[in-house]
Design a protein around this ligand. Structure first.
Ligand SMILES: [Zn+2]
Ligand SMILES: [Zn+2]
Length: 279
């Protein structure tokens, strides 16, 4: 196995085709500047009930064409991969249309209220979800989130699982549930175990830190250690929504992996996800 000392790929990036700030080509140029060997695009999949941040159906077609065109244009300088951030609630997506998929859950669905609640948008919306659907029980809400992740992972077996514990994003100060409590950790561990058993790569996602929501990446350190104990595969992504975030915190994330006992990091390459020794 080849050894690396620096992460030179990012599989989780967004552009102006969804809620990103920069164009596809600007992101490619930033990746070349950062010394990347590979850059993957993962536009938010079309979600029929929420068009505020995802790609439209028409936009998805153009996004795919544009990424393929840029792959040709920059073929001598960097490998460009076509991916998608496949939301758990999205329909009508064929993974065969993409080089890889990132399976992510951004919503909790209430059949009773026939409503999707966003878990990573505002504290107010998450409070509504907790109070209207779970009678004020934040832990029960966390369970519903992780049940959704487990379901998504077994139904779809995405290449990568995105921000495994996104339900923590708005939980600073343990506002909704106690992240250190055993009942909570048990829920997060069950989801992590499903990802490992389904053969998915789990990402360390530094996006929540970049946006100043949390001090540490997803997943939280105890869960990352647990993934290591299970022999799970882990990659490092920044969920970049602009050029500046293209390699945000990558050296720190690599150190975190070593500290948590990992000796291999997975990285996107021209041949798909590949393991590299990290010494
Ligand atoms: Zn996401
Ligand atoms: Zn994302």
């Amino acid at each position: 196995m080849e050894q690396i000392t620096k992460i030179t790929a990012n599989a989780h990036t967004h552009t102006t085709w969804c809620d990103g700030k920069n164009t596809t080509e600007e992101m490619v140029l930033a990746a070349i500047d950062a010394g990347f060997s590979c850059l993957g695009f993962s536009g938010h999949s079309y979600t029929w009930f929420d068009e505020s941040y995802a790609m439209s159906q028409e936009g998805t077609k153009i996004y795919r064409q544009e990424v393929m065109a840029l792959r040709e244009k920059y073929r001598d300088r960097i490998h460009i991969a076509l991916g998608v951030e496949w939301d758990g609630a999205a329909r009508d997506l064929d993974p065969a249309d993409y080089d890889y998929t990132i399976g992510s859950c951004h919503y909790i669905y209430s059949p009773k209220r026939e409503r999707y609640y966003t878990v990573d948008y505002t504290v107010e919306e998450l409070e509504q979800c907790r109070d209207q659907v779970f009678g004020g029980d934040g832990l029960a809400m966390a369970k519903a989130y992780y049940d959704g992740v487990i379901n998504m992972v077994w139904m779809r077996k995405p290449t990568i699982v995105g921000h495994l514990d996104l339900i923590r994003k708005l939980n600073a100060g343990n506002r909704f549930f106690d992240e250190t409590s055993e009942p909570y950790l048990e829920l997060a561990r069950a989801a992590a175990k499903a990802c490992v058993q389904a053969g998915c790569v789990i990402e360390i996602n530094t996006g929540g830190v970049y946006k100043c929501y949390r001090n540490t990446p997803y997943p939280a350190e105890p869960i990352l250690r647990y993934i290591g104990e299970l022999g799970g595969k882990v990659t490092i992504n920044s969920d970049a929504h602009d050029t500046k975030g293209i390699d945000f915190m990558f050296p720190q994330a690599l150190e975190l992996m070593k500290r948590c006992g990992f000796s291999t990091v997975w990285q996107l390459t021209e041949e798909g996800m590949k393991g590299f020794r990290i010494g």
